[in-house]
Design a protein around this ligand. Sequence first.
Ligand SMILES: Nc1ncnc2c1ncn2[C@@H]1O[C@H](COP(=O)(O)OP(=O)(O)OP(=O)(O)O)[C@@H](O)[C@H]1O
Length: 271
Amino acid sequence: MLDVKHAAFQINNKHILKDVSFNLPTGQILGVLGANGAGKTTLLKMIAGQRASKDMIYWHGRPIESLSHNEKAKQIAVVNQFNHNVFSLDLEQIISMGLLPHQRLFSRVSAQQKHTIADALAKVGLLAQRKQAFHTLSGGEQQRGLLARALVQRAHLIVLDEPINHLDVFYQHQILHLLKQLATARGLCVVMSLHDVNLAANYCDTLCLLNEGQMLAQGAPQDVLTETLLQSAFKTPCKVFPASQQHALRVEFLPHSAPHIDAQFGQDNLI
Ligand SMILES: Nc1ncnc2c1ncn2[C@@H]1O[C@H](COP(=O)(O)OP(=O)(O)OP(=O)(O)O)[C@@H](O)[C@H]1O
């Protein structure tokens, strides 16, 4: 169980995150939504133990900062948004890094572990690319590769920052479906930020909607994805179509003109 209690973060006296609280039972996926700069990445980094979070984030009752490096590596897998990789390693080598928390120093990869790596590669559709240098993979392939590394890590908490950013529509569904299956079958907690509210409605059990660092709403998709809340968070008109037996709830954002942008273009004579 993940517990976030009054999470707050400041940089240079600027409140990036203010009093954000929620909990997530095992086996569930939480989607973190919000406009650019709302604080999603900051919150995810705190949950992943990559930002200071004294007594604000608890994993199975323990403050996240009290976990040792090794415990963290075994318990938490992180798939970050930007991967400034300096690796000249191939994909298989990158994925095998997920085994490190479970291995003794300098031990060889066992046959069982090789099978686990091949299985993870197959699950993200990258078996054929396994010997390709990681930095030569496309953005979407790199993202799927990092997810495969998280699978191999067998962590119980997976934190993903915009995991489907670079993915085509087939892999968007494939990866989110896989995360949902894993969350249920292995009893994982999955926390991810997303920009696509319709995918969030389809795959997340629960959502939190951030606005300027504060929790605007949290709960089941139908309670969070309302026209009023979405318009307030994204400053864009929208229409919400309720869920039916066949389909999850669907949001359609409507074209609009943003007065501040119009004013700027007007001033600069760009149009
Ligand atoms: N090191 C920093 N110094 C100053 N401001 C920062 C710093 N890191 C983050 N911020 C600010 O904190 C706010 C929240 O950033 P964050 O990356 O958490 O937003 P986000 O919701 O993930 O945005 P996006 O959707 O664009 O990825 C932003 O306004 C950002 O400019």
